[in-house]
Write a protein that binds this ligand. Structure first.
Ligand code: UDX
Length: 441
């Protein structure tokens, strides 16, 4: 099939590239000329494992193209995917201006039998509005479907190629057949493609993300309780997870969820319910708990030093909102960096992928951008961990201790065993577990 994918952000680029890898003829369209030129030269604007190789291979083999000229590509396309950003607006609702602009741009060029598919995460009712807008602009009822994405950054290619399910919101059999044909190669493992109304499909996406976010806020609240009552959240989590009704996934406590999806989607869903006078209590609470949790490492550091961090050297491991990505959007590390800068601390940071993104935001407010994690703790008064990159999990504690000025660790991701850090003589604050701190005994 011939596909046009509009928007070469995270979702559009992964979707277009993977569909080209499945043998379709795909053109990715973006308004940003520099980005399009870069992609043609194999420069991938984001870090996502496996994506670069896939883009280059499919581009070289001619199945994947990049352009800014939508009008050249749309008349020839069987399917037009809309995958532009829907950022949070000031009110908390999703800002759909990019979606409306695309609809206006493509309408004059759409073939009568083309299927327009909205991939962007959009409030319930958006697909119906796109359908109406296309009708007004073209004078006919266009085929228009919803097909939300469930890709996790860091494993997006696998998530695309081996989906748990494919959700499609459709209005007619024609759209259903095209979506079925397009996704057939992804369903050979027996996972389902589910057809429903566009409204149900749009709500499924928000509800799935909101429930996952709820699990995280829930376990973080229990973790905070654990700290106060002397329980160990890791034991509690495992004790809960063995109940098959609960399971183990998305119950890791930490510094709250970040990234480009959960925070904005939870707020957008709450905002939608608000606009319908439904007073969304759970969604608001999930967001509030998360905002509070994101500052939990800051609170611990602040309490330990009585707020006096002027001149203290803090080594930071992990800046990305989670491992295997360079994405720092809504990352808990941002909160910590702002606090430490305000307090006049000396900051040394390390992250395997996200250094450039942080440097763009913080520049020389951060004193040292380190090549490796050991450099970041050289002479440090303490180490603060924001992201659970695998390479941080098994440090040489002796070396760490000998390089640091004081053996103090604040760990927002529970990377280490309490017994091990204690045996090695560290003061250690983690999440939902009793602190290891000789000052407290
Ligand atoms: C998420 C959804 O999983 C995906 O289906 C959707 O399409 C986009 O949003 P993503 O934002 O890439 O994907 O990351 P995910 O792996 O889901 O993690 C989200 C956040 O939750 C991260 O900040 C992570 O650190 C946090 N998290 C996750 C926890 O704090 N605890 C957990 O147990 C799991």
């Amino acid at each position: 099939m011939k596909l046009a994918v509009i928007g070469t952000g995270y979702v559009g680029l992964v979707t277009g590239t993977c569909f080209s890898d499945l043998g379709n003829d795909v053109t990715c369209i973006d308004v940003n000329e520099a980005k399009v030129e870069g992609l043609r030269q194999g420069i991938i604007p984001i870090y996502e494992p496996g994506l670069s190789e896939l883009v280059i291979r499919n581009y070289e083999e001619g199945r994947l193209k990049f352009t800014t000229a939508a009008s050249d590509v749309i008349p020839d396309s069987d399917v037009v995917y809309i995958a532009v950003g829907t950022p949070q607006s000031d009110s908390g609702a999703a800002d759909l201006s990019a979606v409306w602009k695309v609809v206006e741009d493509i309408a004059p060029h759409l073939r009568e039998d083309a299927l327009v598919i909205v991939k962007s995460t959009v409030p319930v009712g958006t697909n119906a509005k796109v359908f109406e807008m296309l009708k007004k602009l073209t004078g006919r009822e266009c085929h228009c479907a919803s097909n939300p994405e469930f890709l996790k950054e860091g494993s997006a290619i696998d998530d695309f190629m081996y989906p748990d399910r494919v959700v499609c919101g459709v209005r007619n059999e024609f759209s259903e057949e095209i979506l079925q044909t397009l996704h057939a190669p992804l369903l050979r493992t027996g996972k389902p493609i589910l057809f429903m109304s566009p409204e149900s499909s749009e709500l499924t996406k928000y509800a799935a993300n909101a429930l996952l976010a709820t699990k995280i806020s829930f376990i973080n609240e229990i973790a905070n309780l654990s700290e106060k009552v002397g329980a160990d959240i890791n034991d509690v989590r495992i004790g809960m997870g063995h109940d098959q009704r609960i399971g183990f996934q998305f119950l890791f406590p930490g510094l709250g969820y970040g990234g480009s999806c959960f925070p904005k989607d939870v707020r957008a869903l709450a905002s939608l319910a608000d606009s319908l006078d439904l007073q969304p209590k759970i969604m608001r609470a999930v967001d509030e708990v998360n905002v509070h949790q994101r500052a939990s490492l800051v609170r611990k550091i602040d309490a330990y030093y009585g707020g006096d961090l002027a001149g203290k050297k803090v080594g930071i491991w992990g800046l990305a909102f989670k491992p295997k990505t360079d994405d720092v959007r809504e990352a808990p590390a941002l909160e910590l960096l702002r606090y430490l800068i305000e307090k006049g601390a000396e900051i040394a940071v390390h992250d395997p992928e996200a250094m450039e993104n942080i440097q763009q935001q913080f520049g020389d407010k951060i004193h040292t951008y380190c090549k490796n994690e050991m450099e970041a703790i050289d002479g440090a008064d303490c180490l603060a961990i924001n992201t659970e990159w695998n390479e941080y999990r098994t440090p040489d504690f002796n070396k760490l201790k000998s390089k640091m000025k004081a053996p103090v660790i604040f760990d927002g991701r529970n990377l280490f065993d309490l017994g091990v850090v204690e045996k090695n003589g560290f003061t250690y604050y983690s999440v939902g577990r009793t602190p290891v701190d000789p000052r407290l005994t």
